[in-house]
Structure formats: structure tokens, C-alpha cells
Design a protein around this ligand. Structure first.
Ligand SMILES: Cc1cc2nc3c(=O)[nH]c(=O)nc-3n(C[C@H](O)[C@H](O)[C@H](O)COP(=O)(O)OP(=O)(O)OC[C@H]3O[C@@H](n4cnc5c(N)ncnc54)[C@H](O)[C@@H]3O)c2cc1C
Length: 305
């Protein structure tokens, strides 16, 4: 049957593509469903310095394209569609998509995660008008003036360093008094004269009519209010797993991440999860790729009984 597979993989980032590389080389009839361009989030990274095999680093876009190229070399089929649900039909797992239903004996969920929103006044209305979730994509638009980065982890500091190439000043706004970012990134940010840190500070609102003009801030300790004039604000406060379409099908943790064991198995036999969508994932391209390979190896074992 045209829509029947041994394995269906949802998501075409490093986890899904690595899973597809392994299942197709194991000669399992495999379909990878991806709703966007291939490569996943890593394609937003300007330079990836920690993916083994590229001693000089590699652009995220190129890395995503190379992984896709390698994964599709051995017969992996791909479909550009959004998975909107998953159900069991006897021994079959049915993936419901915007382009119809597809069945498989096993499914690997690798739908990753997306940037978390601040959920404050002005954020939604000014998105694309100075509010951004991707410095790599939008940084070059901010050549003059002060921009803010909200967050204190690796992504926030990477974004700040990138923005320092364009903007006049970069203010990193963090609600704690120390960063969660890796030390080497922190050292680079501290050494960059354009970057300044606002510690213990929360962003409460974003003001502006047609463009972002000002942030309303409060001190996390004293509650003291202040404002900061900016031309742009980059939100980098974490990730929300792409699992809304799985609610009611799979047990998820409070934030929506999928719980797996070390074989990447979920509570439902034949349903595996890999990469950033998993609870306690290290949220790195290499660990996502490793998860994908692990899931594929145990899918093959599951299918051979
Ligand atoms: C700006 C930036 C810089 C980064 N830099 C680095 C770095 O230097 N080094 C590093 O190791 N990591 C880096 N990362 C993190 C890395 O990109 C992720 O950890 C990795 O991409 C996770 O892979 P994944 O396959 O689990 O998920 P993702 O890459 O998120 O891929 C998931 C895919 O699933 C698709 N999808 C989602 N829902 C559905 C659905 N319902 N139906 C169909 N498709 C769906 C999405 O479109 C997406 O393509 C960076 C991330 C960002 C954003």
C-alpha cells in the first residue's frame, strides 16, 4: 500500500534525519514527514563549532543540508506536511497529516521544539516589527541603535554575540544575577565591548506603535520599575516542545516534553522519541543526532521481534 511504511519519522532536524539515515540503511521502508525546510533548528545557527567532523566549524544551514543529503541517499522517502495527530489501529500506528493518513509499524517522533514567548504586552503585536526570536535571521536589520536580548542561556549569549556585529549596543536582560550559558560563551560576551548585562531584571512590556521603541522593566529583587529605549528585542528564554498534536495520545511532562527510556522508547510500544522533543535532552545537534540513531537501532530490534 502506498501509505504504509515500516517506520515513520516525524520531524526533519538532526534527530529525525539521523534516524532516517539509520532506518533506510537498515533497509526499512521509511518515511520522514517534515513541515518546514529540511534541517531543523540548526539551520538558524550562523556557525556551529561543536559538531564533530568540522574542525573549523560549519554554518548551521550547510550542516542541516549535508545531514539531509546524507539521510536521503539510501532510500528515505520524505513528505512535506504537518503531522496533526497520532493514533493506534491494532498493530498499526497511524500518523495523521495535512496531506492524509500514513501507517507504520513504528514511529519516531523528532518534532523538536520552538522558542518560548515572553507572553507580555506588546510582544505579539510587534513580532516582526522589532520583536524577534532569531538573531541569525533578523540581526542584519538592526545596524543602528540599541537592541536587547532577553535570556541567560547559550542561545541568548550566542544571539548577543551575533547582534554585536550589527547593532551599536546590545543589552542582555536576565532575570537572575548569573548566566546559565557555557563559560566560553560567557567569556566572549564579557570581552565584547558592545555587550552590557542588566542583571535581576524582568521585561514586563514592549512598547511601540509601528516598531519597537521601549521596554518596560522591573527589578526582580526590589520591584523598581524602569524603561529602556531599544530598536529591537530578541527573545531567547527557552524552548517549547512541538508536541501539541500528541496531547491525549502520549504521556507528556508538565511542559509538554516526551518521556522516554534510554532506548528512546515511550510508554506506547512501537512509538519512540528523539532529540529536543524529549525530556532532559541536552538540546544540541549532536545529542539529537545521537538520539535519532539510538531510536532507529531499537526500532529495528522492535520490528525484528
Ligand atoms: C540559533 C540557534 C543556534 C544553535 N546553535 C547550536 C550549536 O552551535 N550547536 C549545537 O549543537 N546546537 C545548536 N543549536 C541547537 C540545535 O539546533 C538543536 O538542539 C537541534 O536542532 C535539535 O534537533 P531536533 O532534530 O531534535 O529538533 P529540530 O531541529 O527542532 O527539528 C524538528 C523538526 O520538526 C519539524 N516539526 C515540528 N513539528 C512538526 C509536525 N507536527 N509535523 C511535521 N514536522 C514538524 C520542525 O519543522 C523541525 O524542522 C542551536 C539552535 C538555535 C535555534
Amino acid at each position: 500500500m502506498a501509505n504504509e511504511y515500516e517506520v515513520i519519522i516525524i520531524g526533519g532536524g538532526p534527530a529525525g534525519l539521523s534516524a532516517g539515515l539509520y532506518t533506510s540503511r537498515a533497509r526499512l521502508k521509511s518515511l520522514l514527514i517534515e513541515m518546514g525546510p529540511p534541517g531543523g533548528q540548526i539551520t538558524d545557527a550562523e556557525l556551529v563549532e561543536n559538531y564533530p567532523g568540522f574542525p573549523q566549524g560549519i554554518s548551521g544551514l550547510e550542516l542541516g543540508q549535508l545531514i539531509h543529503q546524507q539521510a536521503t541517499r539510501y532510500g528515505l522517502e520524505t513528505l512535506q506536511a504537518e503531522a496533526t495527530g497520532l493514533e493506534l489501529q491494532g498493530e498499526k500506528r497511524v500518523v495523521i497529516t495535512t496531506k492524509g493518513k500514513f501507517t507504520a509499524k513504528a514511529v519516531i517522533i523528532a518534532s523538536g521544539s520552538e522558542r518560548q514567548k515572553l507572553g507580555i504586552a506588546g510582544e505579539e503585536g510587534l513580532t516582526g516589527k522589532g520583536v524577534s526570536y532569531c538573531a541569525t535571521c533578523d540581526g542584519p536589520f538592526f545596524k543602528e541603535g540599541t537592541v536587547a536580548v532577553v535570556g541567560g542561556g547559550d542561545v541568548a549569549i550566542t544571539e548577543a554575540l551575533h547582534l554585536a556585529k550589527f547593532a551599536s549596543r546590545v543589552k542582555v536582560i536576565h532575570r537572575r544575577n548569573e548566566l546559565r550559558a557555557t563559560r566560553i560563551l560567557e567569556e566572549r560576551a564579557q570581552a565584547e565591548p558592545k555587550i552590557e548585562f542588566l542583571w535581576d531584571t524582568k521585561v514586563e512590556g514592549i512598547e511601540g506603535k509601528d516598531r519597537v521603541k521601549r521596554l518596560n522593566l522591573s527589578n526582580a529583587k526590589s520591584g523598581e520599575k524602569s524603561t529602556l529605549d531599544v530598536v529591537g528585542v530578541f527573545v531567547a528564554i527557552g524552548f517549547k516542545p512541538n508536541t501539541d498534536y500528541l496531547k491525549g495520545f502520549l504521556p507528556l511532562d508538565k511542559a509538554g516534553f516526551i518521556i522516554t527510556n534510554e532506548r528512546m522508547e515511550t510508554k506506547i510500544p512501537g512509538v519512540f522519541a528523539a532529540g529536543d522533543v524529549r525530556l532532559n535532552s541536552a538540546q544540541q545537534a549532536i545529542t539529537a543526532a545521537g538520539d535519532g540513531a539510538t531510536a532507529a537501532v531499537f526500532v529495528a530490534k522492535f520490528l525484528s521481534g
